[in-house]
Write a protein that binds this ligand. Structure first.
Ligand code: NDP
Ligand code: OXD
Length: 308
């Protein structure tokens, strides 16, 4: 019984060390040292090879190395191969840190102060209490819900939007396309934590920005393809959006000279909002292998029709 790993090699070595301790019976292989392909039962990857289905005839389970699965071409995977995404506490904790940092930076005008410092300007902006700032989170799943809970702790007025709605203490819940306009109209800082699907691709566009209060701010930690980057540039020019934190862009990295690289109202990070932490993720991986062997429901099993 072998588990094949195909992702960041440095972290692969970490996985090897931890699994050798926790599951010495499991044969752990790191791409491209595959060994006998017929022994591979479990595949853990960010980007699987195109010929996955034919190359590993006894594959039983595909595990995404990340929380999202939009990078996988599900049509190329055997139709009855279960695919799970990464659902683990480490990835949640780091996203909560990043979103809190970003919302607080926008709330406390950090982008203005960085620019002022460069110009040797000493000018105070009136501090606004968190209770007067309305934060809206698109997506109330594993990550969106945890971020909402943390943000309410700072005293922000927090709301979330999802397909089906979710009850979270202290958070106003909006659901579906019908309630999106009302959610946007009450949102000063918008955080995107949606999965990328056919329905959500490009939804951060001019039409959506126009429904936010003038001068609203944006945090995108979902996927670059959620955002129409030209529409963001236009909204920043007009002042409809006053600042943005972008952890994800299209393409990654942006092409040299792209206006978002140097935009004074944009803070950009290289897709590091959150990362799978082997130390905590290993428990979930081993639990999923156990569940798979006993036929119990898998943690993070994705619904191929929904795309997340
Ligand atoms: P989940 O699957 O747990 O949650 C997704 C949420 O989005 C759910 O609340 C779901 O609604 C909602 N949603 C999906 N489609 C729609 C739609 N069409 N309309 C309204 N709501 C919708 O995902 P996670 O919270 O675990 O992760 C979210 C995304 O974050 C990932 O897919 C990935 O793209 C991104 N990510 C980014 C990272 C980074 O470092 N930048 C790291 C990790 C993840 P419902 O509850 O009704 O199903
Ligand atoms: C993920 C990511 O989906 O890193 O986990 O973006």
């Amino acid at each position: 019984m072998a588990l094949l790993y195909k992702s960041d090699p440095a972290r692969g070595a970490e996985w090897a060390r931890i699994l050798a301790e926790k599951a010495p019976e499991l044969s752990f292989r790191i791409w491209p040292e595959i060994g006998d392909p017929s022994e591979i039962r479990y595949f853990f990857a960010w980007m699987p090879p195109d010929d996955l289905a034919t190359r590993f005839p006894n594959l039983e389970l595909m595990m995404s190395a990340g929380a999202g699965v939009d990078h996988l071409d599900l049509s190329k995977l055997p139709p009855d191969l279960p695919v799970v995404r990464m659902v683990e506490p480490g990835i949640v904790d780091s996203m909560v840190e990043f979103v809190s940092m970003s919302v607080l930076a926008l709330h406390r005008d950090l982008i203005d102060y960085v620019a002022q410092q460069r110009e040797e300007v000493w000018k105070q902006i009136r501090v606004r209490p968190a209770a007067t700032r309305r934060v809206g989170v698109l997506g109330l799943g594993m990550l969106g819900e945890a971020c909402c809970r943390k943000l309410t702790g700072f005293g922000f007025q927090v709301a979330g939007w999802s397909r089906s709605g979710r009850e979270i203490e202290g958070v106003a819940s909006y659901a579906g396309a019908d309630e999106l306009p009302e959610f946007l109209a009450r949102t000063d800082i918008l955080v995107c934590l949606l999965p990328l699907t056919d329905e959500t691709r490009g939804m951060l566009d001019a039409e959506l920005f126009a429904q936010l209060p003038k001068g609203a701010k944006l945090v995108n930690t979902g996927r670059g393809a959620h955002l129409d980057q030209d529409a963001l540039l236009a909204a920043l020019d007009s002042g409809q959006i006053s600042a943005a934190v972008l952890d994800v862009v299209t393409p990654e990295p942006l092409t040299p000279g792209h206006p978002l690289w140097s935009h004074a109202r944009v803070l950009m990070t290289p897709h590091i909002a959150s990362m799978t932490q082997p130390e905590t993720a290993v428990e979930v991986v081993l639990e999923n292998l156990r569940r798979h062997q006993t036929g119990e429901p898998l943690i993070g099993l994705i619904d191929r029709k929904r795309g997340y």
